[in-house]
Structures are given as structure tokens and as C-alpha cells.
Design a protein around this ligand. Structure first.
Ligand SMILES: Cc1ncc(COP(=O)(O)O)c(C=O)c1O
Length: 385
């Protein structure tokens, strides 16, 4: 059977590969601690679970949901943005629920990228930006995120002909995997860049609420002129420990929302309404669960930073996200380091190079494991190093 050409260049998904390696080690009897995927280990808050249980009994919800999400859920999203950022969105034309933000991120290319078109992709970056490009027959132009430039892309380094051929640019702050945050001034320059080259900006914002030490992450949509060029992807996954529920949204420029909605309505049939009801409760209910999670992640962040520092790996404590991005010790590549800690310490983490060529020389630790397991993983790493 001959596979389609478009998947010839599609690599196995980074975490599917990591899962495979972990499973092999576990088969050998190794007690692997995975600091890999950013998947919160704490349960979804009880009031959200209770809503799903109640709503699952409602036969009205057992039928096909709306392609564009329940109006009540769209209004809850708009209301949350209003309260959190003071920004207004028309919940009918500027908000679109997604089956997790990954789904929309992978589908936006279908709406904007023709074969041969360029997509500006942060490097390192969440792998789906590039895989969506490959599936659409486009070409990713990697924008290096370097420590020297605070892990922001250097817009001036993008050649003019590349910028003119680009249809779409992905950005993601607070950032996975580097944990960097962006300034409002940078966002302003992005809006100018997008306007002068006619590019859609897709700002991916799932870590907006996981912040520390008083930092509050700005929405890209608060930038003057952003709604002319941009949409922002968001998710309940990380804020409310709901990765398994598959619920997120995109909001912003109404033409982009319409185009993505048209693609999606031809592909999927929306989110189970009982889950959307739970989503409404997540956004409108008590928010102390979010503060509690930030407190837990900050404690784990400090544990990792202090241990790495004792091992001679110094990093500034990140202001946001559930990740620690660090340079691997001298003499190692990203891959050799990740392989060594898995083999010798039974600790799994993605090599930085899995996030793009500029991730070489780095590795990422996710803070989404219980404190005792994290501590054990760090102790084992310390002994190995
Ligand atoms: C930067 C980034 N964008 C999007 C996602 C996908 O999140 P969701 O669970 O909403 O699909 C993730 C998940 O790890 C992520 O790190």
C-alpha cells in the first residue's frame, strides 16, 4: 500500500516516540519516572467533574453537538476574556470552541496554507505547528529562539521574500518548551510585521494562567491592531488539569474564525455538550484551584532549579509554564543526554532537538509529576551526573 506523499516527511510525534521508549524500559522492569509530557498529575477540580457527571445524564446532550460549540460556552469564553484581560469578543463570530487546542492548531493550516506556502514556525516550538505545515504541503521557515534574544524570534532576521511568501506565523508565550515570556513591545512589533507582510498570526496561549512571583501573562489580543491580523488559541487543559477532556478554543479575527469553523465543520462534529457545560463551570466557577496549581508548580520549579544549580546547571527561574528548559552538560547532545538519563537513571525527558533544530543542546523537564517522584527523579539524575 502506498502512503500519501504528504506524510513522507511527517516525523513520528515527539511524545509518541518518548512513550515507546518508556514502554520498552518498563518492559525491562525499570521504574521509569517520566518528566516528559506536560500533563498535570493532579485531578480536575471536583466542581468541574461533578458538572460533567450531572450533565452526562441529560439526554439532550446525547445528540450531535453544534459544530461551533454551545452559545453558552462561547459566551463563557468571551466573559472570561473580558474579566481576565478586559477584552471584548463577539461570542458568535469571534470565538470558536475546539476539541482541545491541538485540534485547531493542526487544522488552521488547512484554511490558510496552500502547497508551497511558507509558515513561520518558532524553533524550538510545539511540534504541531510544523506537522500541520507538512500535512498542508507547506514549508516551515524556522524562526530560531535563542537565549541571547530571550527566546523571542528576531523578526528582522526573516528575509523579506520569505516574509512575503508566508501565510501564517505561530507564536507561543508563555512558551513551551523554553518557558520564556514575551513583552508587549514585542507583540506590537509582530502586529506591524503581520500587517506589512499580510500574515495571519496564531498566538498559542495555553499557559497564560500558570505564572509565578506576581507575573501576569499578557494576551496577544490586547496589542493594538491584533484583531486585524491574529487569533489566539487557548485551552482548559493546563489551567484546570483537563488534558484528557479535550476542550479548548480559538478567538480573534472573525474572518480567520469563520475559515477555521468552515474547515472544522467538514471534519468533526464538535465537543460533547456535557463537557462544554463543565467548561462553563471551569471558567465561571471558583478560581482558587488555579492559584493552588501555580503554588504547586512554583514549589517544583524551585526544587528543579536548585538541584540543577547544585549540578552546575544554572538557570533563571522561569516566570511561567510547567517546564524547565536547560542546557545539557558539556560533551552531550540533547539526544545523548536524554538517552543517558533514561538508561542510567530511569528518568525520561524529551531532548531539546525534538522541538526543532535550535533546541539542540537543551532538554526539557516537565513539572507535572508528584513532588516525591520529582525529587526521586532529581536524586537519581544527580547520582548519574
Ligand atoms: C504550546 C502548546 N500548545 C498547545 C497544546 C495543546 O493543548 P490541548 O490539550 O489544548 O490540545 C500544548 C500541550 O502541551 C502546548 O504545550
Amino acid at each position: 500500500m502506498k502512503q500519501a506523499k504528504r506524510i513522507e516527511n511527517l516525523p513520528p510525534y515527539l511524545f509518541a516516540e518518548l512513550d515507546r521508549k518508556i514502554a520498552l524500559k518498563r518492559d525491562e522492569g525499570v521504574d521509569v519516572i517520566s518528566l516528559g509530557i506536560g500533563d498535570p498529575c493532579e485531578p480536575t477540580p471536583q466542581h468541574i467533574i461533578d458538572t460533567l457527571c450531572r450533565e452526562a445524564h441529560n439526554p439532550k446532550h446525547h445528540r450531535y453537538p453544534s459544530y461551533y460549540g454551545m452559545p453558552e460556552f462561547r459566551r463563557a469564553i468571551a466573559g472570561w476574556y473580558e474579566r481576565r484581560f478586559g477584552l471584548s469578543f463577539d461570542s458568535n463570530t469571534e470565538v470558536l470552541p475546539l476539541i482541545g487546542s491541538k485540534e485547531g492548531i493542526a487544522h488552521i493550516h488547512t484554511a490558510y496554507v496552500d502547497p508551497g506556502d511558507i509558515v513561520l514556525v518558532p524553533d524550538p516550538g510545539y511540534p504541531v505547528y510544523n506537522s500541520g505545515t507538512i500535512l498542508a504541503g507547506g514549508v516551515s521557515y524556522f524562526m530560531p529562539l535563542t537565549a541571547e534574544n530571550d527566546f523571542l524570534p528576531d523578526l528582522e532576521a526573516i528575509p523579506g521574500d520569505v516574509a512575503d511568501k508566508a501565510k501564517l506565523m505561530f507564536l507561543n508565550y508563555p512558551n513551551n518548551p523554553t518557558a520564556a515570556v514575551a513583552t508587549e513591545d514585542f507583540f506590537k512589533r509582530v502586529v506591524e510585521f503581520a500587517k506589512s507582510h499580510n500574515i495571519v498570526i496564531a498566538h498559542d496561549f495555553p499557559y497564560s494562567e500558570i505564572t509565578f512571583d506576581g507575573y501576569r501573562a499578557p494576551s496577544f489580543m490586547a496589542t493594538p491592531g491584533a484583531k486585524d491580523v491574529a487569533v489566539e488559541f487557548h485551552s482548559l487543559s493546563k489551567t484546570y488539569n483537563m488534558t484528557g477532556w479535550r476542550i479548548g478554543w480559538v478567538l480573534g479575527n472573525p474572518a480567520v474564525i469563520e475559515a477555521l469553523g468552515r474547515v472544522k465543520s467538514n471534519i468533526d462534529s464538535g465537543i460533547f455538550n456535557a463537557i462544554q457545560e463543565a467548561g462553563i463551570v471551569a471558567l465561571e466557577g471558583p478560581q482558587d484551584c488555579v492559584d493552588e496549581m501555580c503554588h504547586i508548580y512554583r514549589r517544583r520549579r524551585d526544587l528543579v532549579i536548585n538541584t540543577l544549580s547544585d549540578l552546575g546547571i544554572k538557570i533563571e527561574p522561569p516566570k511561567a509554564t510547567i517546564y524547565i528548559w536547560f542546557r545539557v552538560p558539556q560533551g552531550h547532545t540533547s539526544a545523548s543526554f536524554a538517552e543517558m538519563v533514561l538508561d542510567k537513571a530511569g528518568v525520561a525527558m524529551p531532548p531539546g532537538s525534538g522541538y526543532g533544530p535550535s533546541g539542540e543542546g537543551y532538554a526539557r523537564i516537565s513539572l507535572t509529576v508528584p513532588d516525591d517522584r520529582l525529587k526521586e527523579a532529581l536524586d537519581r539524575m544527580a547520582q548519574t551526573l
